[in-house]
Ligand binder design. Structure first.
Ligand code: ADP
Ligand code: MG
Length: 403
């Protein structure tokens, strides 16, 4: 019999008190507990003391919160999330919240409260800039994607890790929402009134569907690196000088470019959304340039770091081959562009939208911004193998979107 039960606020408080020492020496009767998660799948409680001590307790529900009990989901994802975050915190401790405790059976993780940070998506909707964001994300992705791969790990250990992170329920969400729904007239799809024609064009775009099949097949079969699996702008907390990646429940072994592309795709979605978010043309163009320059510096930092690791830390002599390594970097780049494009497409016609586009109040501008995202997403997927570097991407982009 499993001990699993869904927590109420009082359960969360009692559990946190028993299993952490965060409130040691404080009057426990003064503690408060609230459930405030805005996420789609889980319960998130904040337990805090008036003196300032606090923590976050996250519990997985046995179904998708946003859909209800008709969409069952294994709570094993809480174990996967906690174990992935522990690996991430060994590799880049400054870039994830500290994990204080986790309990696989109750599907509970207790972690550092990041309430002094803001979710990146909201921050970018507000047009904020974060000078260390691009560097931090390049470090997070280079370090997690390299040191969990066969490029570094002993092959037997890596295979154990693949088994440790078998995550069928959450992968299925991505397999369906990312790669299936937008390319057929699926009942889960969700698009703005007036977007029907654009959406339905995807369903008969044979060449695009073949490229999406290629990207999906790589997602299904390529156990390259331990992915975070959900690096969208809602999984990144930011504050001046600090970046923290949360919510690793989609972690599994997959193609490295999926994580990198999800991140870039979300930056480009905001780039497109600014068309309807920022009225002042100069301010808008400035912000859009900040995003594009940021993507450029992000990729350069990522590639330099990853290439450096290849040179210094690749233990397998067969993989220590410069010609092959440059081919590998190019393949990761092409995957990155493809997954970035697929992310952009699915966020305009699929079930899960992004706030960046949804909050645009002027309907015409909203349709235009979503149209930019769709056109850019399609071009990235279709042309990724011809785009050798960021310069090529920018040239393509400037031919499609005015900025
Ligand atoms: P879900 O997997 O259900 O999407 P998330 O891990 O994304 O859950 O968390 C949902 C929300 O809970 C976040 O958007 C954020 O507002 C809040 N949250 C999650 N983790 C923390 C944390 N460590 N500190 C502060 N708030 C958090
Ligand atoms: Mg989540």
């Amino acid at each position: 019999m499993t001990r699993y039960k869904t927590f109420q606020t009082a359960d969360a408080l009692a559990y946190a008190l028993e299993h952490t020492d965060r409130f040691a020496g404080l009057d426990s009767t003064a503690l408060t507990s609230e459930e405030f998660g805005d996420g789609n799948l889980n319960l998130v409680f904040r337990i805090s003391h008036p003196d300032g001590a606090s923590l976050i307790l996250k519990q997985a529900l046995p179904y998708a919160r946003c859909v209800g009990e008709s969409w069952p989901l294994s709570v094993d994802r809480a174990r996967i999330e906690a174990e992935a975050m522990l690996i991430e915190s060994q590799l880049c401790p400054a870039l994830v919240p500290e994990i204080y405790h986790y309990d696989a059976e109750l599907a509970v993780t207790i972690m550092e409260d990041l309430s002094d940070h803001q979710i990146l998506r909201q921050a970018m909707v507000e047009g904020k800039r974060f000078p260390t964001l691009m560097h931090d994300m390049a470090v997070f992705l280079a370090d997690t994607l390299f040191f969990t791969s066969d490029l570094y790990l002993d092959p037997a250990e890596k295979k154990q890790r693949v088994a440790q992170f078998i995550n069928p329920d959450l992968c299925k969400i991505t397999e369906d929402l990312f790669f299936l729904d937008p390319y057929c007239d699926h009942e889960r799809n969700n698009y703005y009134p007036g977007f029907n024609e654009r959406a339905s064009k995807l369903w008969s775009h044979t060449a695009l569907k073949a490229e999406i099949a290629d990207l999906k097949y790589r997602f299904l079969t390529k156990t390259q690196s331990l992915l975070h699996g959900d690096v969208h702008a809602g999984s990144i907390f930011v504050r001046e000088g600090s970046t923290k990646v949360i919510d690793a429940e989609f972690a599994y072994y997959g193609p490295a470019g999926f994580d990198i592309g999800s991140y870039i795709g979300n930056l480009l979605l905001n780039f497109c959304a600014q068309w309807g978010l920022m009225d002042d043309e100069d301010a808008r163009n400035n912000y859009r340039r900040w995003i594009l320059e940021g993507i450029d510096s992000f990729w350069n930092t990522f590639a330099d770091r990853f290439t450096g690791y290849l040179a210094e830390n690749t233990n397998d002599p067969s993989l220590n081959n410069l010609h092959w390594q440059s081919r590998l970097m190019q393949r990761i780049w092409h995957d990155t562009l493809g997954y970035a494009g697929a992310e952009m497409i699915r966020r305009t016609v699929g079930l899960a939208h992004v706030k960046d586009l949804d909050v645009i109040s002027d309907h015409t501008r909203q349709l235009q911004a979503a149209g930019q995202a769709l056109v850019l997403g399609e071009a990235l997927v279709m042309q990724r193998r011809q785009l050798d570097n960021m310069g090529d991407v920018l040239t393509m982009l400037s031919g499609l979107v005015e900025y």
